[in-house]
Ligand binder design. Structure first.
Ligand code: ATP
Ligand code: MG
Length: 290
C-alpha cells in the first residue's frame, strides 16, 4: 500500500459527521505485525529527513504538528520514533502543561503563538491550545482560574473557542504554516494495561502519575470532548488524523506517512542559484584552490 493512501484513510478534512466510536483503536490497516511494517517506517523516516533538509534550505514554509491524546497513548514515544531521522536543528518541540501564573494573564492562544516554529522548521506541540476544549471542558472549574472577565464566560464559550481556533489556524495557514493534527486514539482497555506496566515495571515507574488514574474516571467525558473538537476544528488546511493507538508501531507508521505526504505535497526543492551567486561560487572555488 502506498504511504499517501495509508495516512489518508485516517485524515479528517471535514468533521461534521465524525464519531469517535467509529474508529477502532486496535486497527492496523493492512499490516499484521510490527516486523512487516518496520521497513516502511524506516523508508518514511529517511524520506522525511530528506524533505526536512529542503524545507530548512528553502526557509519559507513551516510545519506545525500537534499531538493530543489520553494519557499513555504514546505521544512522547511517537515524537521520539517518528522524528528520529530529522536534524534536531530544524525541529522545535514544546510540551504544554497547565498554564503558569504569567500565562493566565493572557488569552489562551498567547502561549502557543510564542512557540510557533520559525520558517523552515518543524514545530511539534506535545499537547496544545486544544487542551482549552479538552481538559478545561471536562473540568469547567479550570475556567474560573483563567481570569477572563465573567461577563464573557457564557454557555457559548466552547463554540467561541472552536471559532477562534479555526480562525487562528486559517491565519497561520495563510502565512505559510502548514498544520497537521494528530489525535492518538487509545482504548480504555489498552490504557489500563499501560498504566499497570508503569506500576509494575521499575523502568516505567517514573512515568506513573496518580493524576492519570483520576483523569481516567472521566474517560467518557473526554471521548465526547475529543469528538466535538474534531467535529468543529477539522479543515482542509488543518486536518485531524485520528490515529489508532493500541499498537504503538502502527501509530508511528501512520504519523510518519502523514508527515511525508504533507511535505511531499509542498513540492520542496533546494533554492535555485542565480548567475550572480554562481559567479561567487566559482570565484570562491578559485580562491580555495590557489
Ligand atoms: P507525560 O506523558 O510525561 O505524562 P503529559 O503531557 O501528560 O506528559 P504532564 O505534566 O503529566 O505531561 O501533564 C500536563 C498536564 O497539563 C495535563 O494533565 C494537561 O491536561 C494539563 N494542561 C495542559 N494545558 C492545559 C490548560 N490549558 N489548562 C489546564 N490544564 C492543562
Ligand atoms: Mg501526564
Amino acid at each position: 500500500m502506498k504511504t499517501a493512501k495509508l495516512a489518508k484513510s485516517y485524515r479528517i478534512d471535514d468533521g461534521k459527521h465524525f464519531r469517535v466510536n467509529d474508529v477502532d483503536p486496535a486497527d492496523t490497516g493492512p499490516w499484521r505485525s510490527e516486523e512487516a511494517a518496520g521497513k516502511k517506517l524506516q523508508e518514511d523516516i529517511a524520506r522525511m529527513a530528506d524533505l526536512q533538509a529542503k524545507l530548512y534550505a528553502q526557509d519559507r514554509w513551516s510545519l506545525l504538528l500537534i499531538f493530543q491524546a489520553m494519557d499513555a497513548a504514546g505521544k512522547d514515544g511517537t515524537i521520539k520514533h517518528v522524528m528520529s531521522g530529522v536534524n534536531p536543528e530544524g525541529c522545535q518541540v514544546h510540551s504544554f502543561k497547565a498554564p503558569s501564573e504569567a500565562e493566565l494573564h493572557h488569552d489562551f492562544l498567547w502561549r502557543a503563538t510564542n512557540q510557533l516554529p520559525d520558517r523552515g522548521r518543524i514545530g511539534i506541540f506535545n499537547r496544545s491550545y486544544y487542551e482549552e476544549v479538552l481538559v478545561v471542558r471536562v473540568h469547567p472549574k479550570v475556567l474560573e482560574s483563567q481570569m477572563i472577565p465573567p461577563a464573557l464566560v457564557t454557555k457559548d464559550i466552547w463554540e467561541e473557542r472552536f471559532e477562534d481556533i479555526r480562525c487562528f489556524e486559517r491565519h497561520m495557514a495563510r502565512n505559510g504554516t502548514v498544520i497537521r493534527k494528530f489525535f492518538l486514539h487509545l482504548s480504555k482497555k489498552e490504557q489500563k494495561k499501560r498504566f499497570l506496566a508503569r506500576l509494575e515495571e521499575p523502568k516505567k515507574n517514573w512515568k506513573f502519575s496518580a493524576d492519570d488514574i483520576r483523569e481516567r474516571e472521566y474517560w467518557d467525558d473526554y471521548q465526547k470532548a475529543y469528538e466535538e473538537m474534531i467535529r468543529n476544528t477539522s479543515t482542509k488546511h488543518a486536518p485531524w488524523y485520528v490515529v489508532p493507538a493500541d499498537n504503538k508501531w502502527f501509530t508511528h507508521l501512520v504519523v510518519a506517512a502523514a508527515i511525508v505526504e504533507t511535505l511531499e505535497e509542498l513540492g520542496l526543492s533546494y533554492p535555485k542559484i542565480d548567475a550572480q551567486k554562481r559567479k561567487e561560487l566559482q570565484a570562491a572555488r578559485k580562491l580555495l584552490l590557489k
